[in-house]
Design a protein around this ligand. Structure first.
Ligand code: SF4
Length: 769
């Protein structure tokens, strides 16, 4: 076993508060390297800068970039080994089309002609509402911006969303609700300045390995920050914490309201900050007053004394840094809970300064770009679909009529797109760079939707995924390292990733495929010129810069040339901030004016959209919005028949549905199949020991996998969601031995962010005879 599989975080390089994190260059290559090509890792949202090692036209390794602000040379196991997928023998090299029930190789011309013919026929017969596009959080900015222009500006279609709906829709939404706009207030360097870190539903040692190295080196330094972890599992970060609050799944909001209640009761609120820079304190005080430590203990299943202790630590903090991730986002009352985490920093007046801030983390590597470009809900450049002048700006930029850009209602979210396919109103669905047949909830339902006779399914991917197997047309795509483009990590750092090698066979970059689609459809602007004016990634990036000019995500000070050679650079980057911007809201003026905000906000309980008038009536005018609502019981609760609460999640060795990491030999060997985590007491009661095969059943389906006895909270079952069926025997799967965690999860989503509840549902566990 490679040392970095056994020890994912490598050797410690401790440092003290205020010092820069030391550089450590991590490298893994297979043999000699002829040349190094600049890039960044695309296997999680941390976006670590790497050089790709090339020999004789093949990728043979990677090396961390020591000059980069994000990772200072470090790489985690996925970064070190994930590139092996590029060289996998089962890459798609030619387009496939379904003939006589079988997928068969064909030419690009034939495949694209079929797609364009079906698109034209549906547009003529039924309009753009019959089309749907479901993209990724793993493509490049240039791929997304091209897709957004083609779909929203060219086809006038509102049914475009990304799989970022599953990972970070709540991150973006909570930032919009509280601060008026998406974009992380803090940055990773804040780890170097904080004295307290609050982790809510985030397992950084496994989800963002290098972020954990940054944090762990502070924890091993002479003045370690105090840490609080809210997580039902006893994770590595929980074992390092001063206080671990192992709450019941579905109770995030109660514990966060309880911490706010204690800050207020203990007089630990920065009253001057709250008075000057926020609105909503009276309503917040009224609501959280009901969440005493005793009541929180009852709801969440944690000791009241631990709630008090955690609140004391927050109250004593000089610089509080808060991390939030899917434990919040994929749960019951997701946006309300993420906003409740924002509330804690605002109550303490800790935002916009060194070590003081919030990272509502992303999951996927390029999720930030999916959101910025309008492939995940809002309009490109963080524009507000309800704001007519934002729509007009975009129409001018694209040279189309404003009514061509759909904005009569909120852009259709992914779960709704799949429902429209189920109901038959969407008859054409193009899935790019993602695998809903494994990643969406309630897989039995999703498979039947994707297999509908009335659906024309297009899949563009580098491999024949579980979704691709159901497609009518499959298009082979270039992977990272085989195309040039940019992407932006969770703390707004933009990296350039250069093409290091050619894609295999006839595989093409996604941007080129979308351009081909637009040209074949002859999409034109209002003066009869081709709608998409660019043909190279760099030309697209220049057009994107124009789209962001004057918006919070301003890229106008960036260029490919500026991104070459040194570190990635954070947006906003423009004339007044030519080197980028470390932290947002340093002046405590937030993006909450009606003319600038990306969203007018929602009722957090029902999800109802606020109108412009309702938003103006709030009177935020540049102040942050404290939003609070009461905790409610999850829709599906445990009880007779299904006594365990289900939580799904990630392992350090894999990413998404293992399309790439499952083809990297070290990563595959490290975690070859799924498992079911139970605590020892629950296991003993059920007669289950380590490694025994168990069946987990919900109201929707069941899976079988070996048991693993861990420190998960009693009454909770944890299952990694990465595993589907592409690499197992034919008898595995729904009719044989199912193993995908999402066979179990419910069709339910947060009313505000529309993020599916992938960490929810009730299950039973039994030993397989
Ligand atoms: S932390 Fe994320 S971006 Fe960095 S090497 Fe690991 S997978 Fe890649």
């Amino acid at each position: 076993m490679h040392i970095r599989i056994a020890d994912p975080w490598g050797a410690r390089t401790p440092y003290r508060r205020g010092e820069e994190w030391p550089v450590r260059i991590d490298e893994y290559t297979e043999g000699a390297v002829d040349s190094w090509v600049q890039s960044a890792c695309a296997l999680c949202s941390h976006g670590c800068a790497v050089d790709i090692g090339v020999r004789e036209g093949r990728i043979v390794g990677v090396r961390g970039r020591g000059v980069d602000r994000v990772n200072h040379g470090r790489l985690g196991p996925k970064g070190l080994f994930g590139w092996q997928a590029n060289n996998a023998s089962d890459r798609l090299t030619r387009p496939l089309v379904r003939r006589d029930g079988q997928l068969r190789e064909t030419s690009w011309d034939d495949a694209m002609s079929r797609i364009v013919e079906r698109t034209r026929a549906l547009l003529e017969a039924e309009g753009s509402g019959a089309l749907g596009f479901y993209t990724s959080g793993q493509l490049f900015l240039e791929d997304y911006y091209t897709l957004a222009l083609v779909v929203r500006g060219g086809l006038g279609c509102n049914h475009l969303d990304g799989n970022t709906r599953l990972c970070t829709a709540t991150a973006g939404q909570s930032l919009k609700e509280t601060f008026g706009c998406d974009g992380q207030p803090a940055c990773v360097h804040d780890i170097e300045y904080c004295d307290t870190i609050l982790h809510v539903g985030i397992n950084t040692p496994e989800t963002q390995t290098v972020l954990w190295m940054h944090e762990l080196d502070r924890l091993r330094g002479p003045d370690r920050p105090r840490t609080i972890v809210i997580d039902p599992r006893e994770t590595t970060s929980a074992r390092e914490a001063d206080v671990h609050l192992p709450i019941r799944p579905g109770t995030n909001l109660a514990i966060l309201n309880g911490l706010a209640q204690q800050l207020i009761e203990n007089n630990d609120v920065d009253a001057a900050f709250v008075e000057r820079h926020t609105i909503g304190i009276d309503e917040l005080e009224r609501i959280v007053s009901e969440y005493t430590p005793e009541r929180v203990a009852e709801i969440c299943g944690v000791p009241a004394g631990d709630v008090r202790r955690a609140a004391e630590i927050l109250g004593e903090a000089d610089a509080l840094l808060t991390f939030v991730l899917q434990g919040v986002y994929q749960s019951h009352q997701a946006t309300a809970s993420a906003c409740a985490a924002n509330n804690l920093n605002l109550l303490r007046g800790m935002i916009g300064g060194p070590g003081r801030g919030i990272l509502q983390m992303n999951g996927q590597p390029t999720a930030q770009n999916t959101r910025e470009t309008g492939c995940n809900g809002d309009l490109p450049g963080f524009r507000n679909w309800q704001n007519e002048s934002h729509v007009a700006e975009l129409a001018d930029l694209w040279n189309v009529e404003p009514q061509q850009i759909p904005h009569w209602g909120p852009p259709t979210h992914a779960m709704e797109i799949f429902r429209y396919v189920e109901q038959g109103s969407i008859e054409f669905l193009w899935v790019s760079g993602t695998n809903p047949a494994v990643s969406l909830p309630d897989l039995g339902r999703i498979r039947s939707i994707l297999a509908r006779d009335s659906l024309f399914l297009v899949v563009s991917d580098a491999f024949l995924t579980e979704t691709g197997r159901l497609a009518d047309v499959v298009l082979p795509t270039a992977l990272w390292g085989e195309k040039t483009g940019t992407f932006t990590n969770t703390d707004r750092t933009v990296h350039l990733s250069e093409r290091a090698v050619d894609p295999p066979g006839e595989a093409r970059p996604d941007m080129d495929i979308f351009l081909d689609f637009a040209h074949r459809l002859d999409l034109r602007d209002r003066e009869g010129q081709p709608l998409v004016s660019w043909s190279t990634p760099e030309e697209c990036f220049e057009a994107w810069k124009e789209c962001t000019s004057g918006r919070p995500c301003d890229y106008t000070g960036l260029s490919y040339e500026k991104l070459r050679g040194g570190s990635g650079i954070q947006w906003p980057c423009n004339e007044s901030a030519p080197d980028g911007t470390e932290r947002l809201y340093e002046n405590h003026v937030f993006a909450t004016t009606a003319s600038s905000c990306e969203d007018y906000g929602h009722d957090l309980r029902t999800g109802a959209t606020l109108s412009e008038e309702q938003f103006k009536a709030l009177g935020a005018g540049g102040r942050a919005v404290l939003k609070a609502v009461h905790w409610m019981q999850p829709e599906e609760t445990t009880g007779a028949g299904y006594p365990f609460a289900l939580a799904t999640g990630r392992t350090v060795y894999h990413f998404h549905t293992r399309t790439k990491t499952g083809r990297a030999s070290e990563l595959r060997a490290a975690a070859p199949g799924p498992w079911v985590e139970l605590c020892a007491d629950d296991a003993q009661r059920l007669g289950i020991s380590e490694g025994v095969i168990v069946r987990v059943t919900s109201a929707r389906g069941s899976i079988e996998a070996p048991a693993r006895l861990t420190g998960v909270k009693p009454g909770v079952v944890f299952i990694p969601f990465h595993y589907g069926y592409w690499d197992v025997a034919a008898d595995a799967g729904p009719g044989g031995r199912p193993r995908a965690a999402n066979e179990l999860t419910p069709t339910a989503w947060d009313p505000v962010s529309k993020q599916p509840q992938l960490k929810a549902g009730a299950v039973r566990v039994e030993r397989v005879p």
